[in-house]
Design a protein around this ligand. Structure first.
Ligand code: CA
Length: 455
């Protein structure tokens, strides 16, 4: 079929059967991808190499006492419930809006990887205003300055609605930046209660067989798409170059480590901050300078300067001044601490906002790229004299397959995780592009009669 594909201008009169044959020829690749996905569903690249590191993860003793190795901050939201756990044992109860319990590993770099194993039960969990505001088990890493790094995979499992005890198990490679690992049981949902029980944290290593799995996938990928591109000589077709450009853009977007998005997003955000701060500085005539000036020259001494030679200070006066000085210093220190806390809170808020923004940018960008890819696939298929029906029937499954393959490709990238939800978004984007392209095509055909005569 590659021979007939290259002579598209000569063979203008045979639309539908070729479309069918074209997609049938790809059946083996499709089957391969499905088989690989099924295999990978039961495969993990992590091997447990040691004993459970978590003390009292079965919650048979209260983990919220001050001497417990577990830490929690939102006291009343995090409660030990004997009898609420699996098979009538004890469990930890986490209530809506930030009930959480944390265990910190102080030396994560001693391990190559971790495997988190645990159980969670949820009752009427309602998603909050952010995509992560649900009931979850997490393992996240923080760096030397104490900041948590959300650009590294962290989610073990998440729960919405009501579910009975559910088992989750996920592996995480320890990143180079990690100075601490945090195992977190969290309920930050808008509403609902969650329980966690039998939580374990195992030291692990990466299996050598993961390279075999990755190589097989990489070959399948090449077979599926590069072979297609070459066999139909996509680059020589009208709009074919656009198809290639957008397909490559999507693959690069998927393959790029998540923190490169953070870095890319930092540039405009920092520029915005700089401009905003500069604008604020020029509007306000140096307000912060007044406060430090007032501190060394207390206002209470001002009237004393008017009276002629000041009498020598009595002991009481000296003591009073000294007390006053200490009081001022303490006040200044308190103000400074408050200011620092405010700045830290602000920084954290900004980091959360930025994470949310990055999430939206990434998802929207992906959908837009798939819509554009769909438009040019449709245009290119039409140009190759595949009928409109086949252009639609052929392009949509091809795009769905491409989307699935890009999700699978994320298995090869340590910091990315394939998600069905992402695939659905991609397909929605492609669908929107196809509807647009087909609608536009129909409009064009109505306005140019010779085009419809060629049908
Ligand atoms: Ca238990």
């Amino acid at each position: 079929m590659s021979a007939s594909g290259s002579k598209s201008s000569a063979a203008t009169k045979r639309p539908a059967p070729r479309g069918a044959r074209f997609w049938l020829a790809h059946l083996p690749s499709v089957l391969f991808l499905i088989a690989f996905a099924l295999f990978y569903a039961s495969y993990t690249p992590y091997r447990v190499v040691g004993e459970n590191l978590l003390p009292a993860g079965d919650f048979e003793v209260d983990p919220t006492t001050p001497d417990s190795p577990w830490k929690e901050r939102h006291g009343e939201k995090t409660r030990w419930e004997p009898g609420a756990g699996r098979e009538g044992s004890g469990a930890i109860r986490l209530e809506e809006r930030l009930g959480w319990l944390q265990f910190i590993v102080e030396n994560p770099r001693d391990y190559e990887a971790f495997v988190v194993d645990g159980h969670m039960k949820a009752d009427s969990i309602v998603l909050g205003e952010r995509h992560w505001r649900v009931a979850r088990i997490l393992l996240f890493f923080s760096q030397a300055d104490g900041r948590a790094r959300w650009d590294w995979p962290s989610e073990v499992c998440r729960f919405e609605g009501s579910v009975d005890w559910t088992h989750c198990r996920t592996g995480f490679t320890v990143p180079d930046f990690a100075t601490k690992a945090h195992l977190l049981l969290q309920n930050s949902a808008a509403e609902g209660v969650a329980w966690a029980d039998d939580v374990k944290l195992y030291p692990a290593e990466l299996k050598g067989s993961r390279y075999v799995a990755w190589t097989v996938l990489a070959f399948g990928w090449l077979a599926l798409f590069v072979q297609t591109f070459v066999s139909i000589r996509l680059w020589r077709r009208r709009y074919g170059v656009f198809v290639i450009v957008f397909a490559v853009a999507i693959v690069v977007g998927v393959a790029a480590p998540a923190n490169s998005f953070h870095a890319a997003l930092d540039v405009p955000l920092e520029a915005y901050e700089t401009v905003k701060n500069a604008a604020l500085a020029s509007e306000e005539p140096e307000p912060p300078r007044k406060a430090p000036q007032a501190a060394p020259m207390p206002a209470t001494e001002a009237p004393a300067a008017d009276t002629p030679p000041p009498p020598p200070l009595t002991e009481e006066e000296k003591a009073a001044r000294e007390a006053e000085r200490i009081r001022r210093e303490e006040e200044a220190a308190k103000r400074k601490a408050e200011e620092e806390k405010r700045q830290r809170d602000e920084e954290r808020k900004r980091a959360i906002e930025r994470e949310a923004l990055m999430h939206r940018v990434q998802k929207t960008g992906h959908m837009v790229l798939f819509a554009l890819l769909a438009v040019f696939c449709f245009a290119s298929a039409r140009r190759a004299w595949i009928s409109r029906r086949w252009a639609l029937l052929g392009t949509l499954p091809a795009l769905m397959l491409f989307a699935a393959a890009t999700e699978l490709l994320q298995l090869l990238i340590e910091q990315r995780t394939p998600r069905v939800g992402d695939w659905v978004l991609d397909v929605l984007g492609a669908l929107a592009g196809l509807v647009l392209a087909a609608g536009f095509h129909r409009l064009l055909r109505r306005s140019t009669p010779e085009a419809s005569a060629a049908e």
